[in-house]
Design a protein around this ligand. Structure first.
Ligand code: NDP
Length: 265
């Protein structure tokens, strides 16, 4: 059988760990495939490029997850529900779309015990799919965001929402930074006065940003809270995507053992 080709599509795409993660797993499992990266400027061309490049599957990162959703012939029910696709596999000439970000995130946070109430700081694309899967699993999710505009769709979905101005202090088991604050700057995702109330009363904190200790994680550490960055979310979405790529023939832990080496290199 000829080598199967996979790639990550996005803009930017140079920083992505996905090629390393997937290639380590392909190599370790002796699976005849290779995974590259493709800078896609125009999301509307996603489907055309997929076929031009002779690919078997792709992951899709910012800002093309909605274009990816539109490019598929078939969608799994969760991807359909959140209208965002980060994994596409070609089968019989047709494109099948999945969202593995949200189940990857769910797996990452389910490693904390006794979590029921969750505060999301941030209301962007990542917050959308992850809040829905958490609610489907029985968590109570409150969404706090800097500006009111992005909260509208969450309100329509029935979530409790607040801006920094109208937030009513409460206690939450888990506090999550879902913003890009701290990614390329040294900002906290919310006013210190709010964080100084919600972090000490929480059981744990998570930042979806990975590979660095953000000011939010530093604060969680100061209050001696168990915490994790976004590495597990990234790893787990990759493992679930790999499972779709390779037609469900490997164990989760078998893929994990190979892929997690990408975080040590
Ligand atoms: P979006 O651009 O869709 O949303 C950004 C959000 O961050 C908005 O709610 C915005 O608020 C808020 N925000 C940005 N800057 C600040 C700031 N200085 N202070 C307060 N709020 C701020 O981003 P995404 O949802 O796509 O991504 C969010 C984060 O998730 C990113 O850091 C990304 O790196 C990370 N991520 C991690 C993944 C992983 O696997 N670990 C996977 C995907 C994403 P406002 O509405 O007011 O502008």
């Amino acid at each position: 059988m000829s080598k199967q080709l996979f790639a990550i599509f996005g803009n930017p795409v140079s920083h992505s760990k996905s090629p390393l993660m997937h290639n380590l797993a392909f190599e370790g499992l002796d699976y005849n495939a290779c995974y590259g990266r493709y800078l896609l400027n125009d999301g509307a061309k996603l489907r055309e490029r997929f076929f031009d490049l002779g690919l078997k599957g792709i992951n899709i990162t910012v800002p093309h997850k909605e274009y990816a959703y539109q490019a598929c012939d078939h969608l799994d029910p969760f991807a359909q529900k959140v209208a965002a696709v980060n994994t596409i596999v070609k089968r019989g000439g047709e494109l099948y779309g999945y969202n593995t970000d949200a189940p990857g995130f769910l797996k990452a946070i389910s490693e904390f015990d006794d979590i029921k109430t969750v505060l999301f700081i941030g209301a962007g694309g990542t917050a959308r799919s992850t809040s829905i899967i958490l609610r489907d699993e029985g968590y109570e999710v409150t969404i706090l965001n800097r500006s009111p505009q992005r909260l509208q769709s969450f309100k329509e979905e029935g979530f409790v929402t607040a801006t920094f101005e109208d937030f009513e202090l409460d206690t939450f088991d888990l506090v999550i930074n879902m913003t890009s604050a701290g990614l390329e700057d040294d900002l906290l995702p919310a006013p210190q006065s709010i964080l100084d109330q919600v972090i000490p009363t929480s059981k744990a904190c998570v930042d979806v940003i990975y590979g660095k200790e953000t000011p939010f994680l530093k604060l969680a550490k100061k209050f001696a809270k168990p915490s994790k960055d976004g590495s597990d979310m990234l790893l787990y979405q990759g493992i679930i995507a790999f499972d779709h790529f390779t037609d469900y023939q490997y164990e989760f832990d078998e893929i994990k053992a190979l892929m997690q080496r990408a975080f040590l290199l």
